[in-house]
Design a protein around this ligand. Sequence first.
Ligand code: NAP
Length: 289
Amino acid sequence: MASVAFLGLGIMGYPMAGHLKNKGGHNVTVYNRTRAKAEQWVAQHGGCFAATPAEAAEGKDFVFSCVGNDDDLRSVTTGAGGAFNSMKKGAIFIDNTTASAEVAGELAQQAQALGFAFLDAPVSGGQAGAENGMLTVMVGGEPDAFDRAKPVIDAFARMVGLMGSAGAGQLTKMINQICIAGLVQGLAEGIHFGKQAGLDIEKVIEVISKGAAGSWQMENRHKTMNAGKYDFGFAVDWMRKDLGICLAEADRNGAKLPVTALVDQFYKDVQAMGGKRWDTSSLLARLEK
Ligand code: NAP
């Protein structure tokens, strides 16, 4: 049993912290900017909450974070009242936010100078994966810190991989998002075409999902797409944040991402339609406009 802090009890962080307490059996202190959520978490799971990230992190062996973007991550780590002000030597900070490889490198360096380790560890698997403790975790950092952290991360994951040094977890998550972007647009176009052709979409998907076109998105999203239901899931705003990170990294490393850049603009259209919080499968709504 380890002493653990978790910063950021959003859609993902709330259940992840729950698994660390209940499945992992760890002593968990939580912090959330909006205090009511931290109070609710403690009422549900026990443990305790802290008023600042620094207070939550003090004396802990492992400190997790799952906040929004680079700036939010800087705020809970190196900002005023941030966790880096109180991390104990030899501890490990594990960041589950989807952020840039740049901020991961920057924080890993600062952590090393302060005498603790930093792992960038973004996740994939969505809200359902977080709630079921079945996330995929892509980690960047030093192997010894990874080996110590993995048994703790396992409480909310079904796959945890060390991808390379600092930033490699975030780079792997970028590949994940690049692969999803074009695929969801393809699925949206397929369903749109099927509707225009007057076919029974359920029947079409039942058959083609068993062949070469099958995908997680097809299996898990076709029903809601067919019903025009998007008020759940992975928000378009978050996807645009992620694709922005991918496109900026591609500018640096010279990769060509023509489809990713195009789909990013399609998501901009969805935002303009009022779909900022809609699931990413709402690319179909844009075609049906
Ligand atoms: P969310 O529900 O919007 O939660 C964000 C959390 O971060 C909240 O606890 C929020 O606190 C906190 N936060 C944001 N900015 C902060 C700041 N400046 N200082 C302190 N706390 C701050 O988001 P989510 O869906 O859990 O996603 C979290 C991260 O995981 C994002 O990077 C996202 O891209 C990634 N992710 C999400 C999914 C998904 O399906 N949702 C899947 C994979 C990866 P408040 O409660 O006070 O707002």
